[in-house]
Design a protein around this ligand. Structure first.
Ligand code: ZN
Length: 202
């Protein structure tokens, strides 16, 4: 599957000047919400992801997504894997399980994001799950921004990657485009634009 083409077809690969969740700037942005707009197309992506996860013999009880970005992908992946779907939400300094969701001790959980950049949100979700006794068996995302190591893809993690080295990351493809610390951003230095945040405001 050509994931880049799927993003292009959905007008979800944006060019401009963007502020990422990590605080860094980039000239390109993956707007996964646009790719997930049509449930049948979304299911093709998560079916492919589920196939990779199954082929590697990963046993899963539940998919957990960090809200808001990962929720649709997590829900569709849970459908593809035929398991339960839950999500965690932001709190000061981390993530927490709300809305009456529960986790059994030793429950095998995949943390699912739309995109893994440095994996910061996914790591916070994993910590929240582990604090409740769940076992994080893998991470999953539609695309990997190339900082983290993924199964079947780039085989070294860059120092920016926040994910634990011993837990596999499954993603359909690598999208490696530059990102910059704000003070080093060439687009800011040009002075013609300000970085905008194309995702959620919070
Ligand atoms: Zn900038």
């Amino acid at each position: 599957m050509n994931v880049e083409q799927v993003y292009k077809d959905a007008s979800a690969l944006l060019d401009g000047h963007f502020l990422l969740a990590s605080g860094n700037h980039s000239s390109r942005y993956l707007q996964s919400a646009k790719v997930m707009e049509y449930p049948k197309k979304a299911a093709l992506l998560t079916d492919a992801l589920a196939k990779m996860i199954k082929e590697h013999g990963i046993e899963v009880d539940t998919v957990c997504a960090p809200a808001l970005g990962g929720v649709l992908t997590g829900y569709e992946l849970a459908r593809s894997l035929d398991v339960r779907s839950i999500f965690v939400e932001k709190k000061e300094g981390g993530m927490e399980l709300r809305r009456g969701f529960e986790i059994a001790k030793g429950e095998k959980i995949i943390i699912c994001e739309d995109i893994i950049t440095t994996g910061g949100s996914a790591l916070k979700a994993a910590k929240a799950i582990e604090a409740l006794g769940g076992e994080v068996v893998a991470f999953a995302s539609l695309a990997n921004r190339g900082f983290c190591k993924r199964v079947g893809g780039n085989d070294t993690a860059k120092s920016e990657c926040a994910l634990p080295e011993n837990t596999p990351l499954f993603a359909l493809d690598d999208f490696t485009f530059e990102m910059y610390a704000p003070e080093e951003c060439p687009l800011c230095k040009e002075g013609r634009s300000e970085a905008i945040k194309p995702g959620s405001k919070s």
